[in-house]
Design a protein around this ligand. Structure first.
Ligand code: KG4
Ligand code: ZN
Length: 351
């Protein structure tokens, strides 16, 4: 039997505050996953400063790419394609990765493959579970996005629901700041919540009227801020772990509740749903992982979640997504641009 030729891809990710490069073989085998985080610098300002992010990407990108190749034991000559996140994200940050990838692709004459950042996050599941194949439902929860996506096939997505206001990670970051935990909020709330009572304070579980799969988190966030103000005015002590745990529980209840409702509704409509995956930075939240896993077991669903390092921004997930686009014959032009508002499913390919 003839074996298919291996496809090796160098992938670059720079859409927010991580400068990342990775070498991935056949979409599923990660030879290197280099991530240079800028968290220390942005922590000084309480959040990501776009201008600083761009500058740091510029300083670090070449070294990160070099290290990714070295760790993988490969050279540019060994690459079949160069992949890069081209949107959505911070325009200045995206531009650094896109320019680097274009330079390498043009200089070596290799094909260039632009990748949608969310497609990357979803694809991290293919690395986590080598046997995972579409179709499946995926909850994408990151700092900028909250999407419930039906993954119909490789590269084929239907967005069932999305947030109408804050993304889940954004709510974590804002609440963390308000209770004095600082940036980045998600991991800090996760840690603090372990010491608190998730039922100490009843925060609202927001719903979007008439739109069963959409999410809203601004109500939960405002309820926390009101609670803190009232406590402050009365001069009462705030039990930070209880606020963190109760807020986290409210968000997790909404995410798990909506997801399982969608599964039940789609099944009622006759669709076969057997697998459920989570993706994005918030998917590394310990309460979400364990409670979603339980809910999936109750609903007879196989549950997939990437390890935390593949949930937050990385380039391995971009290399994986690019492999499936490569196999479909998709290629971006050397005029590929950074697209800060790129929609999932919008083509970035000339063929
Ligand atoms: O996917 P990601 O690295 O970047 C974006 O594409 O936005 O996600 C970053 C977000 C941040 O809002 C961060 O606070 C959140 O993911 N996050 C978490 C956890 N780790 C990261 N949120 C809750 N619990 C965590 N353990
Ligand atoms: Zn991301």
């Amino acid at each position: 039997m003839q074996t298919e030729k291996e496809v090796t891809i160098l992938a670059i990710e720079s859409s927010c505050d991580e400068t990342a490069a990775s070498v991935v073989v056949n979409g599923r085998t990660v030879l290197s996953n280099e991530i240079s985080s800028q968290i220390d610098i942005h922590t000084l300002y309480g959040g990501v400063v776009p201008e600083i992010a761009s500058r740091k990407h510029t300083e670090r990108i070449n070294q990160v790419v070099r290290t990714a190749l070295q760790t993988a034991g490969r050279t540019l000559d060994d690459m079949d394609a160069i992949a890069v996140t081209c949107g959505p994200g911070l325009v200045g940050a995206l531009l650094i990765g896109v320019s680097a990838a274009k330079g390498i692709a043009f200089g070596t004459g290799k094909p260039l493959i632009g990748v949608h950042h969310i497609e990357g996050h979803i694809s991290a599941n293919f690395i986590a579970d080598p046997s995972l194949e579409p179709p499946f439902l995926c909850l994408v929860v990151s700092g900028g996005h909250t999407h419930l996506v039906l993954v119909k096939d490789y590269g084929e997505y239907q967005i069932l629901g999305r947030t109408r206001d804050d993304a889940a990670g954004e709510a974590f970051d804002k609440v963390a700041r308000a209770i004095g935990l600082g940036y980045p909020g998600g991991p800090k709330i996760d840690k603090e919540a372990k010491k608190g009572n998730p039922h100490a304070i009843e925060f609202p579980r927001g719903r979007v009227a008439g739109s069963e799969y959409d999410f809203t988190f601004s109500g939960i966030k405002s309820a926390v801020l009101n609670y803190l103000n009232q406590k402050d005015m009365k001069g009462e002590h705030i039990v930070v772990p209880d606020v963190a745990a109760s807020f986290q529980q409210a968000v997790v209840d909404v995410l798990v509740g909506h997801s399982m409702e969608a599964v039940e509704n789609l099944r009622r409509e006759g669709m076969t749903i057997r697998k459920f995956a989570i993706a994005g930075g918030v998917a590394s939240n310990s309460a979400l992982r364990s409670q979603m896993e339980e809910a999936c077991a109750e609903h007879g669903l196989a549950f997939c979640c990437p390890p935390p390092i593949l949930c937050t921004d990385n380039a391995a997930m971009i290399g994986c997504a690019a492999y499936y686009e490569y196999r479909r014959g998709r290629r971006s032009g050397y005029d590929l641009n950074a697209m800060p508002n790129l929609k999932l499913g919008e083509s970035v390919y000339e063929r």
